[in-house]
Design a binder for this molecule. Sequence first.
Ligand code: ASP
Length: 358
Amino acid sequence: MRYFVPMQMKRRAVVLGGALASGLGAFPALAQAVGRPVVVASANGLAATETAIARLKAGADTLDAVVAGVNLVEDDPEDMTVGYGGLPNEEGEVELDASVMHGPTSRAGAVASLKQIKNPSKVAKLVMERTDHVLLVGEGALRFAVAHGFAKQDLLTEKARTVWLRWKETMSDKDDWGPGLADPGEAAQAAMADWIIADRLTGTINCLAVDGRGDISGVTTTSGLAFKIPGRVGDSPLIGCGLFVDNAVGAAGSTGRGEECIKINGAHTIVEGMRRGLSPTDACLEALKRVAAHYSGDRRKLAQFNLHFYALAKSGAHGAASLWGTYGSKPKRSRYAVSDGDGSRLLDSAYLFEVPGR
Ligand code: ASP
């Protein structure tokens, strides 16, 4: 199978690993820390990586740093895939999922189907720190958050409510909902909503960090699949799927179609790939090939979704890969965010297939 690795990653692999020219080359997975912090995130996390790297430079723990980074996105009403302002479930209620892993202490925490609390990543961290459990869900997770002083609030913004209503109104002509537009002024709003609905907007933020000592942590936080069936849990809060950290090797995470990631235990698979010597990029590509194999490589079926993986090795080497290089009705190139000693930037992800239909 052909796959695509951007030039910037080939260069980086040569600098850090030496062995990777192309293809699944050998990689020093258990390399020593390079002595400078590196943070990677999904493409919506550039500001998050900047916050996290600033915290690391000030001496913060890797998990505190990445959670502070993703809190920016959880608080941002304009990001409709994470935290406050996230798109709701099919009944119009926002349900959030998140997980954290702390490499130095090999601990993990997570929450799923959490309502009314805008920072599920902080609650996931508290599950890790203050309980003997790893995952709390639904009502129990909410009570736990309230017990720890989190304020309940309505997470559904007007913008997200409008998109959800449009989805409900345009879903079927065999029910009594819409789609009549009340006035022409709503047409632009409807067009925006139709685009989000057509693409079944995916998002989520995954953020991974290694510090100068080689300690590693990660976090993944999301409002999940837009218009999901209430109670649906995606990959983000599942340790080994949307997030995995092994302080001896590295970390990985995912965004995109969670069900496909769960079926191959995406993040764990990638970290194990790095342990076997794959570079971060190649470990992500290998995991994506397993997803493709579930559909016998049938691109028509694979075109129904996209899936993105991110990986960071203990050495500070990083990479990302997506099933599709460019995806969506307003085609968007798959990218990821990095902050390190060379500044902050978005880099092209590697990918298995170029554009659905080709
Ligand atoms: N991976 C998330 C989930 O399936 C959604 C996303 O990243 O868009 O819940």
